[in-house]
Design a protein around this ligand. Structure first.
Ligand code: CDP
Length: 234
């Protein structure tokens, strides 16, 4: 067990592949439940950004010392979602020493007041005893379309299909790297609930997730007075 469950605010793990909608869901879930939210991908992105800026190559150098010195303030940088950081973060995330260096930060954050954490290994490694585990996924094509629009792509762009295909290929490569790495690979925890989001809009994913959270917390007798679950789920 990584924490005593009784008497503390819930920890909700949201895992899944890139661009599946974990970020949007987790942010909205945290707001609805009045819990802190941590996008753990930002940890790997921030290490990657700091390495790139220091002229260090994440393919051949360990970011362990940068990871050990990382603070929550580093996650507020506005240059963490660039294509070079996308690729470097995936390399950084393969490094077991970096992952180990970031474990405590994630656990301390969530244990303080409960939290919604989204990432790849929250339900399997960081909080194997999380109160609720969701695994959010969608087809590579649906995820590519979302990422294309997120990056400012429009439906009437003449090169729309080609650009979506390029994004889709990059996502498939990153999925492969994330799920085949030796250290904390992307994998659904045995007790996680899988939500396929291809045919669901963000509101539907949120409503479905809130019902799961309510039922799980009730079944586990987790006392959670800070949000009225009945109102949220009606
Ligand atoms: O937003 P997107 O899904 O594109 O990526 P992200 O969640 O910001 O994660 C960036 C990279 O960090 C991923 O490619 C993963 O390799 C890695 N990551 C991880 O290994 N473990 C986590 N808990 C979160 C992210």
């Amino acid at each position: 067990m990584t924490r005593p469950v009784t008497g503390s605010a819930p920890i909700i793990a949201v895992d899944g592949p890139a661009a599946a909608g974990k970020g949007t869901l987790s942010k909205r879930l945290a707001e609805a439940l009045r819990l802190p939210h941590l996008d753990t991908g930002l940890l790997y992105r921030a290490v990657a950004r700091l390495m790139i800026n220091a002229g260090l190559d994440p393919a051949s150098t360990s970011g362990e010392s940068i990871a050990r010195a990382l603070s929550l303030a580093d996650l507020k940088r506005t240059d963490l979602r660039t294509p070079d950081v996308d690729a470097a973060a995936s390399l950084v995330a393969r490094d077991n020493a970096v992952r180990q260096a970031l474990v405590d930060m994630q656990r301390i954050f969530a244990r303080k007041n409960g939290a919604v954490l989204d990432g790849r290994d929250i339900g399997t490694v960081i909080f194997p005893d999380a109160d609720v585990k969701l695994f959010i996924t969608a087809s590579p094509y649906a995820r590519a379309v979302r990422r294309y629009i997120q990056n400012g792509g429009t439906d009437d762009a003449p090169d729309r299909d080609q650009r979506i295909r390029t994004v889709e290929i990059a996502l498939i490569e990153r999925d492969h790297a994330d799920s085949t790495r030796a250290s904390a690979p992307l994998r659904m925890a045995d007790d996680a609930i899988r939500i396929e989001t291809d045919a669901l809009c963000a509101d539907e994913v949120l409503a479905h997730s809130l019902r799961i959270v309510r039922d799980r917390l009730k079944a586990k007798n987790v006392n959670f007075p800070s949000a009225n679950m009945q109102d949220l789920c009606s």
